[in-house]
Design a protein around this ligand. Structure first.
Ligand SMILES: [Zn+2]
Length: 192
């Protein structure tokens, strides 16, 4: 008798559609990129109220312009020049996903934690004041599941900015409240 050896088999979760850097018209990253190995996945919000009238592509081009120059932040601090957008993936209000900084380079932050080793996903919105959309939560779940499979991350490695930094309330209480559900959904698919 042949017993199918399917126990424990994990199928590759589908990669969700991702707008590539070339597709949104990214400029090259600047000098000084720091290569890293992904060991965890960290979720952010943009911290600005969502905007339905601009496309994902336009938002990413704007974020890259801001990132690659020195600029003043709302709190009066100066942000240095970054090599590129600080995050590896960007999810817009309509649930579309854009490729950010190349994943093999460490991200950037205005707070005190070291993002080396973190795969950074940002979701558009100010979730201290508004709710993430269904489309955003679905894309975040699909993308996180795929990334945890691809980089062999346990669902316990899914955390958020405020889990590492006392200087922020990112990703806002409404998105932070979704993290236990997100971890459970990833664990259900991947088994860990
Ligand atoms: Zn953040």
């Amino acid at each position: 008798m042949i017993v199918p050896l399917l126990t424990g088999l994990i199928l590759m979760p589908p990669e969700p559609p991702i707008v590539t850097r070339a597709e949104w018209g990214a400029k090259a990253h600047l000098a000084g990129a720091i290569p890293h190995t992904i060991t965890r996945l960290t979720i952010h919000h943009t911290g600005v109220l969502s905007n339905k009238s601009r496309s994902l592509e336009d938002k990413l081009r704007g974020l890259q312009l801001f990132s690659q120059r020195e600029d003043k932040l709302a709190n009066g601090k100066t942000k240095p020049v970054w090599i590129d957008v600080p995050y590896h993936y960007y999810i817009s209000i309509d649930g579309r996903i854009g490729e950010g900084r190349e994943w093999f380079f460490a991200g950037d932050t205005n707070t005190e934690y070291d993002p080396t080793g973190h795969l950074l996903i940002v979701v558009e919105g100010e979730f201290g004041q508004e709710q993430p959309t269904e489309a955003e939560l679905k894309s975040l779940t699909d993308l996180t599941t795929y990334c945890c499979w691809r980089w062999r991350l346990d669902s316990t490695k899914i955390e958020s900015h405020m889990d590492y930094s006392k200087q922020t309330d990112c990703p806002g209480k409404a998105l932070y409240a979704f993290l236990p559900t997100l971890r459970a959904q990833v664990k259900q698919v991947l088994g860990h």
